[in-house]
Design a protein around this ligand. Sequence first.
Ligand SMILES: Cc1cc2nc3c(=O)[nH]c(=O)nc-3n(C[C@H](O)[C@H](O)[C@H](O)COP(=O)(O)O)c2cc1C
Length: 189
Amino acid sequence: MKKDIGQKVALYPTPATVVGTIDENGKVNFMLLAHIGIVSHSKILISMHSVHQSDKAIQATKKFSINLIDESFVAQADYCGTVSGAKVDKSGVFEYHLGEAGTPVIEKSPLVMECEVIDTYQIDNFNNYICSISHTYVNEELLDENGKLDYSHLKPVLFEMPTYKYLRTGEVIGDCVKMGKAWAAEQKG
Ligand SMILES: Cc1cc2nc3c(=O)[nH]c(=O)nc-3n(C[C@H](O)[C@H](O)[C@H](O)COP(=O)(O)O)c2cc1C
């Protein structure tokens, strides 16, 4: 029996990421963001509350970085989700350099995307930024022999809202498309 638990956004876990910004005065800031998704094969979306200092920087510059988190720096990343750059200087939390597009690239992050805002959808005080990706930087050891991202080694930290926990990704359980085809073949007998 299933129980109706009401109107819940129940799409967790989602990747926990650090958004890096640099405002119009050159001030770098980092914040944690887990409401993030894919909207086409070349565009992503982040959902950011308009109250955040990071949002002010994005409004001004229309660009930011998405830094995936691994287990080695999840506490630092978490810290960036607990205090605002409006009150605390978070620019020294991570070692970083500016990428080709001028956004902060965290040295410890296994994969960083530099993003450019191309559209904004405002809802419930959130700015949902649809972005193109201008550069993607990845630690070379996370590429397989064909130059593809190897997610058996790249293990982005995940987040779930109901109990506010971070999770690690799991094991490979099957081959996409092959599994479905094998199942269909079995049904035919
Ligand atoms: C695990 C976690 C996930 C978060 N995800 C989001 C999010 O997706 N969108 C958002 O607007 N804020 C999110 N936050 C809140 C911001 O990270 C937090 O308010 C931060 O202090 C804002 O920093 P800023 O004012 O320096 O930009 C999250 C916080 C945590 C701890």
